[in-house]
Design a protein around this ligand. Structure first.
Ligand code: MEV
Length: 422
C-alpha cells in the first residue's frame, strides 16, 4: 500500500500506538521510538552543558501534524507547541488541499548575510565605494576563514558595502554573502566576519565595530503555495478568507495577529527540530515590513474557477545540522520524522506549515470562529491543571465543555465528584 500521511483517526489513538504509526511511516529506529516513548527530551547533564545556571529541563508537547503532501511527498510534520488547536488546525488545512496535490514549495540556496559595521569615518559613501572597489581583494583575504564550510560545498558568495546615515553620524557597512549549506549559519558567518574584519578596517580607514549575522535572510527565502477547492471548503469560506486577508493587509493591528498565527506553525516545527526559532521570528517580521509597511506574509487569490490559492514567502534560516539539532535527542527524532534531507527541504516544510496554519486560522475566524475547537482543548488543559489524570482528563473536559463552564474550580468539583463515586 502506498505510504500516506493521512492516517485516519490518528488523534484518537493511544500515544503508544501513535508512536508505532510514526515509527513505521518515518522508518524510525527502535532507539528513536524509545526516546519518544520516554518523553524525556533532554538529560539534565546535557542541559547543563547547553546553557548557564541550569536547574532543570523544560518540556513541551511533541506532536506530529498529519495529512501533509509537500512537493508530492507524503509528510508527517513534527511540531512542538503548548497552544491547543495549532496541530489540529495545520493537519486539517493540509487535509483540505490533498486532492489538489498539497503544497508546492521551494527554497533559495542557503546564503546568509553577515555585516561588519564601520564607524569613525567622515564620508560613508566614499568608504562604501572604496570597499566595493576592493571586493576581490576582500573576498580573497576572507577565503581561509570560510574553509570549514567550503569543505561542505558552501563558502563566500558575494560582498558589497553600503553607506548609512545614523543617529550617531555616518557609518559604512560591509556585507558578506555566505553559503552555509545545511547549517543555520550564525557560527560560520560570525567566524568569517571576525576573520575578515582587519582587512575591512585597513581598506576603509575606519574603526570596525559590530561583526554579526543578519537575521533578515532575504537571500534565503522559502515559498509555498496550495490550492483549496471551493467545492470542498465552500464558496463562503473562499470569500471569508479573502476578506480576512484583506483586513490584515489594510490594518497593522490585525496583521500582527495574522502573522502570529502563521508563526504558530512555523515556530512549532522550528522548536521540534531544535532550530533557532527566535532567528526565524526576527527574519519573518522584518521581512513582513521590508516594503516600509508591515504586511501579511501570505497572499490569497480566487482562481477563475472559484478555488482559493494561497501563497507564503519568508526568510527561512533553518538547519538540519549543528547546534540543538544535534544536541537535543528529540530534535534528531523530529528530523527523522520529517524525512527532510537538507535545510532547504526543511525550509519548504516549514513554509508549507506556515501557509496551512494561516489558512486554517482565517477559515475558522471567518466562519464559525475559533473558540469552540479551542475551548475543547483548553478544557483538557484546565482538567490537567485541576489534577485530573489519565482517563479523568477527557471525562472532566467533556463535562465542562458540555456544561459550557470551563474553569479550574469547576474541573476540581467534577473531579472530586467522580473520584468520590469511584
Ligand atoms: C492564535 O494563536 C492565532 C490566531 O489569532 C491567528 C489569527 O488570528 O489569524 C487565531
Amino acid at each position: 500500500m502506498a505510504k500516506t500521511s493521512a492516517i485516519s483517526g490518528f488523534y484518537k489513538l493511544a500515544r503508544e500506538t501513535r508512536i508505532d504509526e510514526v515509527k513505521s511511516f518515518s522508518g524510525l529506529t527502535e532507539a528513536q521510538a524509545k526516546i519518544l516513548l520516554a518523553a524525556n527530551p533532554l538529560l539534565a547533564a546535557t542541559a547543563e552543558k547547553t546553557s548557564e545556571n541550569v536547574i532543570s529541563v523544560h518540556g513541551l508537547p511533541f506532536s506530529v501534524a498529519t495529512n501533509f503532501i509537500i512537493n508530492g511527498c507524503e509528510s508527517l510534520v513534527p511540531m512542538s507547541i503548548e497552544e491547543p488547536s495549532v496541530v489540529a488546525a495545520a493537519s486539517n488545512a493540509a487535509k483540505l488541499c490533498r486532492d489538489t496535490g498539497g503544497f508546492s514549495a521551494n527554497a533559495d540556496p542557503p546564503v546568509m548575510i553577515g555585516q561588519i559595521q564601520i564607524i569613525g569615518i567622515k564620508d560613508a559613501k566614499a568608504v562604501a565605494k572604496k570597499l566595493n572597489g576592493a571586493k576581490d581583494e576582500i573576498l580573497k583575504f576572507s577565503e581561509p576563514f570560510a574553509a570549514n564550510i567550503a569543505a561542505y560545498g558552501g563558502g563566500l558568495r558575494g560582498f558589497s558595502a553600503k553607506a548609512l546615515d545614523t543617529k550617531r553620524g555616518e557609518m559604512a557597512v560591509a556585507e558578506f554573502h555566505i553559503d552555509v549549506r545545511d547549517s543555520m549559519g550564525a557560527n560560520t558567518v560570525n567566524t568569517i566576519l571576525e576573520g575578515a574584519a582587519p582587512k575591512i578596517a585597513e581598506i576603509s580607514g575606519g574603526k570596525v565595530c559590530l561583526r554579526i549575522i543578519s537575521n533578515l535572510a532575504v537571500l534565503r527565502l522559502a515559498r509555498a503555495t496550495a490550492i483549496w477547492k471551493a467545492e470542498i471548503i465552500g464558496a463562503d469560506a473562499v470569500e471569508g478568507i479573502l476578506d480576512a486577508w484583506a483586513f490584515a493587509e489594510a490594518d497593522i493591528y490585525r496583521c500582527a495577529t495574522h502573522n502570529k498565527g502563521i508563526m504558530n506553525g512555523i515556530d512549532a516545527v522550528a522548536v521540534a527540530t531544535g532550530n533557532d526559532w527566535r532567528a526565524v521570528e526576527a527574519g519573518a517580521h522584518a521581512y513582513a515590513a521590508i516594503s516600509g509597511r508591515y504586511s501579511s506574509l501570505t497572499r490569497y487569490r480566487k482562481l477563475p474557477n472559484g478555488d482559493l490559492q494561497g501563497e507564503i514567502e519568508l526568510p527561512m534560516a533553518v538547519a538540519i545540522v549543528g547546534g540543538a539539532t544535534r544536541s537535543l535527542p528529540s530534535a534528531q527524532v523530529a528530523l527523522s520524522i520529517s524525512g527532510v534531507k537538507s535545510a532547504g527541504e526543511l525550509a519548504c516544510m516549514i513554509a508549507s506549515v506556515g501557509l496551512a496554519q494561516n489558512f486554517a486560522a482565517l477559515k475558522a475566524l471567518s466562519t464559525e470562529g475559533i473558540q469552540r475547537g479551542h475551548m475543547e482543548l483548553h478544557a483538557k488543559n484546565i482538567a490537567i491543571a485541576a489534577g485530573a489524570e489519565g482517563a479523568e482528563i477527557d471525562a472532566v473536559a467533556t463535562q465542562m465543555a458540555s456544561e459550557k463552564s470551563i474553569s479550574t474550580k469547576r474541573a476540581g468539583e467534577i473531579l472530586a465528584a467522580a473520584r468520590k463515586k469511584k
